[in-house]
Design a protein around this ligand. Sequence first.
Ligand SMILES: [Zn+2]
Ligand SMILES: [Zn+2]
Length: 148
Amino acid sequence: MAWRGGCQCGRARYEGMGALPPVYACHCTECRRQSASAFALSMPALRANVRFSGELSAYSRPTDSGTRTDCFFCPHCGTRIYHQSERSPDRVTIKAGTLDEAGTVTAAAHLWVSRKQPWIALDPAVPAFDTQPSDLSSWRNEFGGCGT
Ligand SMILES: [Zn+2]
Ligand SMILES: [Zn+2]
């Protein structure tokens, strides 16, 4: 089984192997700015399971925990494709809005609900965190097993 996605102009593409990993929504301020929208959709995947093609530029930013995250985007249209944390080099976090089948994706968890836009109503059956799990990288690695 394969899943595919890419940037707005189509020059940067990716293809993932295995089952589509679960997606979480993050409503924090950084994610809101990064996505230029109300929240970000993130899909942690094993790096070895994803093949990227096309040119990508990187923007590196510090995180609250003192490490760095490299954020990769298409230099032609600016679409953010994935993030790579210094802390988990074997994982990538795909920006799930870039999936070709993004319309079928639903959030399996919500982070930073304390910062969410007030008009967004959440499904009470979906786990929601006021902020984020204290060990975010462990939580992310366990979250659905990253499609393995
Ligand atoms: Zn592009
Ligand atoms: Zn966030």
